[in-house]
Design a protein around this ligand. Sequence first.
Ligand code: SAH
Ligand code: SF4
Ligand code: F3S
Length: 372
Amino acid sequence: MKFFIVTYGCQMNVHESEKIAGILEKLGYECGQSREEADIIVFNTCAIREGAEDRVLGNVGALKRLKKKNKNLIIAVCGCMTQKSKTAEYLLSTFPFIDIVIGTFNIPKLGDYIEAVKKGRQLELWEEGDIDEVLPYKRTSGENAWVNIMQGCNNFCTYCIVPYVKGREKSRQEENILAEVRAILSEGKYKKITLLGQNVNSYGKDLVPQVSFAKLLHDICKIEGDFVVSFMTSHPKDLTDDVIDAVANEEKIEKYIHLPAQSGNNRILRLMNRKYTREDYIKIIDKIKAKIPNCRLTSDFIVGFPTETEEEFEDTMSLVRYVRYDNIFAFMYSPREGTVASKMDGQVDDKVKHERVNKLLALEKELQKEVK
Ligand code: SAH
Ligand code: SF4
Ligand code: F3S
C-alpha cells in the first residue's frame, strides 16, 4: 500500500505533511513515487491567495481519471483550504470522488477517517484541538529538521486568512520542544534545526509561566552538538532586542532574519493592522545591521492593498531601496473571503497590481546586481 502527498503553501505546511507521512507509515503505508501508483493521495492545501486555491482545485479535479482506473484509491484533502466551511462544501459537491475532507486540527485523526472510508463514508469534520506532542514525523528536508514551536496566529492582519483557518496562538511546552530537538540531534543526520511558527516572536506568551522566544533560543543553543538554529517567521512588532541579541551572540544561530514589512507606507500599514510604522520598522532594521554585521535579511510585500495609491506604493519601493534585502517576496493583494480588507472600498485593479509587483521585483533585481 502506497501513499502520495501533494503539499501547497508555507514551511509549516511542508512540516505538517511530514506529520501526515508519519501517520500513514504507522498505518502500514509506504511512500510512493507518483499519484499513479498511490493507494491514498493526500492534498495538503493552502488558502493564502486565490492562486494557491486555484492550483489545488485544478489538481484535485485531475484526479477523477485516476479514481476511475482504481476504485479503491482514497483521496483526502486537508490543510488550510478545507478549514473554511464554504470551501469544504464546495470541494465535496464539485468533486464527488473525494473521500475525506478534514480541517487543519484533525490531521492526527487521519487514521480513523481512512478506516471509516473503507466502510463507505465520506467525512468532513473539524474542531480546534490541542497542540499534539506524540506523533512521529517522517522528515523530508535533508539535513534540515523543521520543529514546530507554536500554531495559530492572533494578529489578524486585515488581509490574512491564517487566523481564521489556523486558530489562535498556542505554544508548545518548552521542555517538549527541547526534547524533540535533542531526539533529532541524537539521530546524527541533521545539521540544522528550523523553528516554525506564524509569529515566532510571540512564542511562550500563552504559557504559564511565560517563556520568552529568546530564552527558548538560548536553551536550544545550550544543547550539545554541531548544528545551526534558524527560525521563521518574525513579526516586526514583536521582534525584541533580546532576540536580536540572541542572534548576534549565539554562535549556533544562523545570521538570517525574515522580517516581512508588507508595505513601506504608514497609512497602508495601519489599514493592514500591522501595528508598526515605517519608522519603527527601519529602527529594527538599523538595529539588526548594527548588532549583526552581514545578517541576511528578507521580506514579504503586498502590493495593491485596497486604496493603495501610486505614491504609497512608491514608499514600499523606497523602503526596499533603503534596506537592501538579500531577497524579497512580492505578492499581489488577493481578497480572502471573511477578512476585513476584502470588504474595504477601493479594491485595486488587477492590471495595476501586476504593474506594481513587476516594478518591485525589477527593483529588487537591480539592487541585487549592485550588491555583487
Ligand atoms: N505569518 C507570516 C506570514 C504568513 S503568510 C507573517 O506575518 O509574516 C506569507 C505572506 O503571504 C505574508 O507575509 C504576506 O506577504 C502574504 N499574504 C498573506 N495574505 C495575503 C493576501 N490576502 N494577498 C496577498 N498576499 C498575502
Ligand atoms: Fe497572517 Fe498577519 Fe498572522 Fe502573519 S501575522 S499569519 S500575515 S495575520
Ligand atoms: Fe497557506 Fe496555511 Fe501556510 S494558508 S501559507 S498553508 S498557514
